[in-house]
Design a protein around this ligand. Structure first.
Ligand SMILES: NC(=O)c1ccc[n+]([C@@H]2O[C@H](COP(=O)([O-])OP(=O)(O)OC[C@H]3O[C@@H](n4cnc5c(N)ncnc54)[C@H](OP(=O)(O)O)[C@@H]3O)[C@@H](O)[C@H]2O)c1
Length: 366
């Protein structure tokens, strides 16, 4: 089969023939129709993100495709079914405290290496091999819409945080870093879950205005000034009442003060979900012990999402609560994988999806 291969952190992807995956029990092979390309893929591939990742690898964390073959233990999935392939693979030999990897992307700790070496190759290929439980049926779709369905990967990440924080209908939520890819998706998901008000923060005024225009009255925007106290004041004013929950998606370049400006706006007994990548101030948030205790704040880090979130998100899309048409889509053929990576880096943001289509040739199509 054809695949885009990362052989070295100092060279582009090479489009080449690689052996087809070989099916085992407990696994499925998926014909990849569409694979999302993250805005920071270039930084993973050039090594500057320092993601633990053994080479060579066919990168690509999941995607959308059709089941090609199932193992003998599959009870429902059938060849031809459209599925969303979840990239989060958890070890099966310690369910109480599993190791975790992102297929074709990274592994978390050295203990996860056997998992990373076995489920190694990702979705920048015509086929991929995944554990059966990582292929979730999405129901019939038009092949032309497969790229749009990769938005599930974007939406599921904040959904995982909002479920972990137990967001309730009518509550007030702050999405810190709402002008980014995952933060922006967090606004859409929170509204679909019934949030009464969502305060969306960011620095980019144009993107904030776009968010306000798209999502209407339940959303208020706050532009960061960089002054922690002033930004917190603006967040509280925009909330117009007690803030039940904060979902932080600020990236590694942000400062602890930016995170605290939202976190410390939370009401007595409120919940804080940290999903971003803060590296500034060595990742130390500097939250005061007495503030946490007296404010009865619950702070929780969340990585990705549980398996149950996936069929629920599919239902939210099918029910019309989430509109996949909100995303602008740009698709590339597998031969154009390097162009897709560069395009994704130049077009980050809450609305944009860059997608590889290993199922199609794209000569002069764009
Ligand atoms: N926990 C998880 O499971 C999980 C999963 C995926 C990703 N993540 C993490 O989530 C974070 C966000 O990812 P993303 O893909 O949404 O990133 P992104 O699209 O680059 O968005 C980040 C946004 O942060 C804003 N920002 C605020 N302060 C900034 C600063 N000082 N420097 C640069 N940008 C700043 C930028 O918007 P403005 O310019 O408007 O401020 C930018 O759009 C990353 O750290 C990523 O690693 C976590």
């Amino acid at each position: 089969m054809k695949a885009a291969v990362l052989n070295s952190f100092s060279a582009p992807l090479v489009i080449q023939d690689v052996p087809d995956p070989v099916l085992g029990t407990g696994e499925v092979i998926v014909d990849v129709a569409a694979a999302g390309v993250a805005s920071y893929a270039a930084n993973v591939f050039n090594g500057s993100r320092n993601y633990p990742l053994e080479l060579p690898v066919v990168p690509g964390p999941g995607g959308v495709g059709r089941v090609r073959a199932t193992g003998p233990d599959a009870t429902k999935l059938k060849p031809g079914d459209w599925v969303f392939v979840d990239s989060t693979i958890r070890s099966r030999d310690n369910v109480a405290n599993p190791e975790q990897i992102l297929l074709g992307w990274t592994y978390r700790t050295p203990a996860a290496l056997p998992l990373h070496r076995y489920y190694h190759h990702g979705s920048f290929a015509e086929q991929m091999l995944v554990p059966t439980e990582n292929a979730t049926p999405i129901g019939p779709i038009e092949a032309a819409d497969a790229g749009r369905w990769t938005a599930l990967a974007r939406l599921l990440v904040p959904f995982g945080g909002l479920l972990a924080g137990n967001l309730q209908a009518g509550e007030t939520l702050v999405v810190n870093g709402a002008t980014g890819g995952f933060g922006g998706a967090g606004v859409a998901v929170a509204l679909a879950m019934g949030a009464g008000r969502v305060v969306a923060t960011g620095r980019n005024q144009g993107t904030l205005e776009d968010i306000a225009r798209r999502f209407g009255q339940r959303v208020r925007t706050v532009r960061f000034t960089g002054d922690e106290a002033a930004d917190r004041q603006s967040i509280c004013e925009a909330a117009g009442g007690p803030i039940d929950m904060v979902l932080d998606f600020l990236p590694r370049e942000a400062s602890a003060a930016q995170v605290r400006s939202a976190v410390m706006a939370v009401k007595l007994g409120g919940r804080v979900i940290l999903m971003g990548g803060l590296r500034g101030d060595e990742g130390n948030l500097g939250l005061n012990y007495n503030w946490l205790m007296h404010n009865e704040t619950m702070v929780r880090g969340v990585w990705m999402y549980g398996k149950n979130a996936i069929p629920r998100m599919v239902q939210m899309v099918r029910a019309g609560l989430i509109d996949l048409a909100q995303f602008d889509l740009t698709e590339f053929g597998l031969d154009e994988a390097n162009e897709a990576v560069a395009y994704a880096a130049a077009n980050a943001g809450p609305r944009h999806l860059t997608v590889l289509r290993p199922d199609r040739a794209f000569e002069n199509n764009r």
